[in-house]
Design a protein around this ligand. Sequence first.
Ligand code: ATP
Ligand code: MG
Length: 554
Amino acid sequence: MEHSPASNFLETVIAEDLASGKVSEVVTRFPPEPNGYLHIGHAKAISVNFGLAERFGGRCNLRFDDTNPEKESQEFIDSILEDVRWLGYDWAGEVRFASTYFQQLYDWAVVLVEQGDAYVCDLNAEQAREYRGTLTEPGRNSPFRERSVEENLDLLARMKAGEFAEGEKVLRARIDMASPNMNMRDPILYRIRKVAHHQTGTDWVIYPTYDFAHGQEDAIEGVTHSVCTLEFEDHRPLYDWFISHLPVPATPRQFEFGRLNPSYTITSKRKLKQLVDDGTVNGWDDPRMPTVSGMRRRGFTPAAVRKFCDMIGTTRSDGVVDVAMLEFAIREDLNDNAPRGMCVLNPLKVVLTDYPADQLEQLVAPSHPSRPELGERQLPFSRELFIDEDDFREEANKKFKRLVLGKRVRLRNAYVIEADSVVKDEQGRVVEVHAHTIPDTIGNDPADGIKPKGVIQWVSATAGRQATVRLYDRLFNDPAPDKGDKNFMEHINPESLREVIGAWIEPSLAAALPEQHFQFEREGYFVADRFDHTGEAPVFNRTIGLRDSWSDQA
Ligand code: ATP
Ligand code: MG
């Protein structure tokens, strides 16, 4: 097979392994633990693993590493399946679960005991910590380390049978308490947990640790390149130790890459859970969350998320990536693909005094300025319309290129109008602008040569619809909200959500289906909310503004 040049070290390794015949087919896997929703970092891991399989004509499995029943749930499993599919990836064969390998893993634990490579230990957690030593001091052997094979086999069987209480005993590998690598100091293989498991029910009262399960699961599945993040680098010797001490059917090799940490973002599941549990956000799929379901609801597209994951590359260092790169990818995709529409967020009524009250003119506008194949939209024009409050001033200098009393402006895709007078309420606020149309200005400049300085959006008060628009922004106002000992809860952007109840949208937007993307001209990119949007009650989420409003502040 011919391939374009490798674009990262993983591709280089795999290309070499294929060329040398070390492997004949590439098998990778994405192994989430179902204890939370997937986030942008997982999207990166997904794109790496599925991407490698795709590129080299191999397979990528989806496997739930479900060794921790207390923290896991079906809700998380379902969300993960949905998110991987949404990102556009399809796993090889059935969805896999570590829990389907529990018997095999147990049998292998027995093999280790029989070989004298594992023992049942009665130290409690605190004692075990003491015996373990520190980074600078070697650990000490557990007093239970020299138990006979027979005794260990008996105790392990009784652990499995539920004869002991949680914490009373664990099964440990017998490796080296003096190893400079803490992971090699007789790590725990099995612990007693008398909790039901979402997949295996009450079949088991002992559960394998992630460390004991992970490499063997890969071996069972014939994973050739087990790709994970750098924090597992120190675990690799342990995984290799298990593989070399067990009669496993295959020898996976592990490769680590740097975690994705976008600025202004947290990617710790524990901290994301705290935001949800505290009610700081409205659930895991709140559009401000860096979760895949949050990004989806926000209006990010799978193509843009994948593009971003490619753009940032895959390296062996844990750097921070500017979140503006993700936002750039979204803007670029939506600029190319999102139909245009007009929405007025802060409505101010304009009455065109020369325009007949009973007239409704059907104007048309292209759905997209450079993609005629996306068609046209009907744009009813009427005597009463709404423009944005910010687009009108009674007086203004030349820099204000919108509507000013006595001056002209072009209504986007419609007439040039000129403002004549205002109606004010008791507080002196302008509540209505009276204006007139300049004849024959659809697609033409005014015949008298007095050109308008600017173009503004508008919505017919007769044919338009009201909508709720949720203006989202970055959730944190600090580039590194959880760095060091910072408390991320103190860096929540108070402006991260502003809800506008009575916005006006043009009729074509009222026909939007949930999850349809738009550019609201001059306002930004928006998506019809996945869950709350209906024809009767339109709800749009701001995906991202037209320009990066954060970069000037940095
Ligand atoms: P936990 O602390 O619960 O283990 P986790 O984020 O590591 O959290 P997993 O479900 O174990 O969650 O992750 C599945 C895979 O996604 C792992 O291989 C992990 O390395 C990868 N992954 C997790 N976070 C990131 C990240 N920020 N960037 C790249 N890959 C990530
Ligand atoms: Mg993990």
